[in-house]
Design a protein around this ligand. Structure first.
Ligand SMILES: O=C(CO)[C@H](O)[C@H](O)COP(=O)(O)O
Length: 232
């Protein structure tokens, strides 16, 4: 039986649960793959196969799901560091650099990942690329200056589309009340240059390039889950 993309996500998410140990402080990612992980973790916790966990969710959606699962939650302000964060991704390259933020949670995801000793990614096979950038790069911007930021980016030749919400005419708003620009880069041969450009723009709150952060990927494939560890 060939795994569908949904099955690839589910199997990768459940395989990654093996790196969780009792007593850990955990970051919980956002998205459909992370949701499989949170449900699986909830089950292990309720069955007392994992105990004494403390979890920091990376979005309101994940907090709600984790609450439903009965997982013990805290906020990022109440921990100094985390043992492990498990999260999904929109793309990853051979160096395990990532594009994240397709689900709009990049800001909290990056903060939580940056406080984690280990950052594990769960993904279906479509997320593996040779070069980042086929997926639009999400950039979180303050509503006050979204057009200014978009104009700056477009002046460098990259189209920056304001993400729309479900309500026709309304922009999508992040959990922090910001907007998202989706950058149509078409491929980013120079990732540090893109990162540097975005971080130099006033009005940019965060961007979805996660460079040199992930330690490992659990990759769901058609016939198995592959574990890819970062080589330094
Ligand atoms: O970065 C994210 C949310 O901000 C998600 O991890 C990313 O969009 C992948 O989502 P999915 O697991 O649904 O494919």
């Amino acid at each position: 039986m060939v795994n569908t993309p949904q099955e690839q996500k589910r199997k990768a998410a459940l395989a990654a649960l093996e790196v969780i140990e009792s007593g850990m402080k955990l970051g919980l990612g956002t998205g459909s793959t992370a949701a499989f992980m949170v449900r699986g973790l909830g089950q292990l916790y309720r069955e007392h196969k994992l105990n004494d966990l403390i979890c920091v969710p990376t979005s309101v959606a994940t907090r709600n799901l984790a609450q439903e699962q009965g997982l013990p939650l805290t906020t990022i302000n109440d921990v100094d560091r985390l043992d492990l964060t498990i999260d999904g991704t929109d793309e990853f390259d051979p160096q395990l650099n990532l594009i994240k933020g397709g689900g709009g949670a990049l800001l909290r995801e990056k903060i939580v990942a940056s406080l984690s000793d280990r950052f594990v990614i769960i993904a279906d096979a479509s997320k593996e690329v040779d070069q980042l950038g086929r997926f639009p790069l999400p950039v979180e911007v303050v509503p006050f200056a979204w057009k200014t930021v978009a104009r700056h980016i477009e002046n460098s030749g990259i189209q920056a589309l304001l993400r729309a919400s479900m309500n026709p005419g309304d922009p999508y708003k992040t959990d922090q009340g910001n907007y998202i620009l989706d950058l149509q880069t078409g491929g980013m041969p120079d990732l540090p240059k893109m990162k540097w450009m975005l971080e130099g723009l006033p009005g940019v709150v965060e961007h979805g390039l996660f460079l040199d952060m992930a330690d490992e990927v659990f990759l769901g494939k058609e016939d198995r889950v592959e574990r890819i560890t970062k080589t330094n």
